[in-house]
Write a protein that binds this ligand. Structure first.
Ligand code: KIV
Length: 260
């Protein structure tokens, strides 16, 4: 699916439903369940490869998984692929080369982590035909600096995040993932920006929600508090994923128990 169709949905006030996806079989299942955004997340470094962080994931691996997801999705759903650590921070032209590989593999949009410092890179990509999704709040590629702690909890940090969000949107980012921040802060970002926000551990007021597939299927040994296992009690994988989509669309997920 191309971005304009997704943005039209958001403009009609529909909640966007995103889920991480790493292979063709799940891509087929997800498009049958009406998942809007298939995120080929670098979380695959943890969920698929068993690493302790996303840092070891390579561009080659992201290209491989993006191509598999694109084959399974067969034109349905927007395929959003993460630029992995070290593949875009060096320069705008490095980011372009990496993003071009992901688009050639079938991605419709790329995601990168970082605020104002990435704004020039976002602009460079967008002006050259590459749609960009930003990612603020808890940024797993910065784990060595922040750990996995929630972000934006004190007023100066919240103000910095708001600034970052505005700079990314001005630079041309067309979606923004907000991870692990207070619901009120995510609400304020969402109110200020004209682009949709997609929350994960960011409360119910975002324009959409994303979760990691393995959390939705109850496969994560110590899942984050903001996640929910939709498989327990569901008759099938397909029913679990459909229930997640329905819960996001109807606003029953996330609930207060999933907020910071
Ligand atoms: O890689 C990933 O799965 C992500 C989500 C946590 C948003 O970036």
């Amino acid at each position: 699916m191309y971005l304009p169709k997704l943005l039209a949905k958001a403009a009609r006030g529909e909640k966007l439903v995103a889920l991480t996806c790493y292979d063709a079989s799940f891509a087929r299942l997800m498009v049958r369940c009406g998942i809007d955004i298939l995120l080929v997340g670098d979380s695959l470094g943890m969920t698929v490869q068993g690493h302790a962080s996303t840092l070891p994931v390579t561009l080659e691996q992201m290209v491989y998984h993006t191509a598999a997801v694109a084959r399974g999705a067969a034109g349905e759903g927007l395929i959003l692929a993460d630029l992995p650590f070290g593949s875009y921070q060096g320069s705008a032209s490095q980011a372009f080369d990496s993003a071009a590989r992901l688009l050639a593999a079938g991605a419709n949009m790329v995601k990168l982590e970082g605020g104002q410092v990435m704004a020039a890179t976002v602009r460079f990509l967008v002006e050259r035909g590459i749609p960009v999704c930003g990612h603020l709040g808890l940024m797993p590629q910065s784990v060595n600096r922040t750990g996995y702690a929630p972000q934006g909890r004190d007023p100066p940090a919240a103000e910095r995040l708001l600034e970052d969000a505005e700079r990314l949107a001005e630079a041309g980012a067309q979606l923004l993932v907000l991870e692990s921040i207070p619901a009120q802060l995510a609400q304020e970002v969402t109110r200020r920006l004209a682009i949709p926000t997609i929350g994960i551990g960011a409360g119910p007021h975002c324009g959409g929600q994303v979760l990691v597939l393995h959390d939705v299927l109850g496969l994560t040994p110590s899942p984050p508090r903001f996640a929910r296992d939709f498989l327990t009690g569901a008759p099938s994988l397909e029913a679990a994923i459909a229930a997640y989509a329905e819960a996001v669309r109807t606003g029953t997920f996330p609930g207060p128990e999933h907020c910071l």
